[in-house]
Write a protein that binds this ligand. Structure first.
Ligand SMILES: [Zn+2]
Length: 266
């Protein structure tokens, strides 16, 4: 791995700015595709204002900054633009810059840029319609396989990944079947189970345990935000995805800190 600390400062700033801009563009693209699929519109064609149909020019298409310069309003009809565009583009930009800061300059960075993009897209879908297309889980699994040869021990990574995915995915499936019987309704979503199985490919069993614990905490916060009790649905995928991003960049220090809490003092 080539850590960023070996780069001169202007190169680091340039690389981070570039990652942020590329991430924001990817966010704009993912958001646009998702909204068009949701509204059953063609994914091809120029972007336009949903209110007046004004076709967006080059400067209006610049992610993050166009929203700031236009003060969140359409240039033509002055209708308010949903802050969702700004929030999604900013989040993707920050996520990509974060990946470059933590992983440096190596193949792993590209692997995690793609994984983070898929996770953010899954969160968007779940926030919107409580459903996630299987295509996204498949992209994450294929991404894992494509980058296997770039890891030091690909076969062992593959085997451990499959075992971890099967154990955690299987355990959640079992829990969901029991919960369905107890609550007499669908409890844990199928997409949640599939995502946990796919994440098992990327993370070791310890990191997965931390990921599940963090997801429960974030899930609880989300259920409070969505004012959902046991009877009401709320999106759990964003909790899993946020935990996966945290575990990607700092699972080891977090686990060491947690184990340290119980270590005997001499
Ligand atoms: Zn307009």
């Amino acid at each position: 791995m080539l850590s960023l600390k070996f780069f001169p400062l202007p190169a680091i700033i340039g690389l981070l700015a570039l990652s942020f801009i590329a991430g924001a563009c990817m966010g704009s693209f993912v958001n646009c595709i998702q909204l068009r699929i949701k509204d059953k519109k063609s994914v091809l064609g120029r972007s336009e204002c949903p209110n007046c149909g004004h076709r967006l020019g080059f400067f209006e298409l610049i992610p993050v900054f166009s929203f700031i310069f236009l003060r969140g309003k359409c240039k033509n009809c002055k209708a308010k633009i949903s802050p969702r565009y700004f929030a999604v583009e900013l989040s993707f930009g920050l996520l990509w810059a974060l990946a470059v800061v933590f992983f440096g300059w190596q193949w792993l960075t590209l692997e995690y840029l793609i994984l983070f993009t898929v996770l953010a897209a899954e969160s968007l879908w779940d926030f919107d319609i409580f459903e996630v297309p299987d295509t996204l889980h498949i992209i994450a699994a294929v991404n894992f396989l494509i980058f296997l040869p770039t890891h030091p021990e690909p076969l062992s990574r593959l085997l451990w990944g499959l075992v971890t995915g099967l154990i955690y995915g299987g355990a959640l499936l079992l829990l969901s079947l029991v919960a369905d019987k107890v609550f007499k309704k669908d409890s844990i979503g199928g997409a949640d189970i599939k995502l946990v199985a796919v994440l098992g490919l990327y993370f070791g069993w310890k990191s997965m345990l931390l990921l599940i614990i963090l997801s429960c905490i974030f899930g609880l916060l989300l259920s409070l935000i969505f004012k959902a009790g046991l009877q009401k649905e709320f999106p759990f995928i964003p909790a899993l995805c946020l935990s996966a991003v945290i575990c990607s960049v700092c699972a080891d220090p977090l686990i060491s800190w947690y184990i340290g809490l119980f270590a005997l003092e001499h």
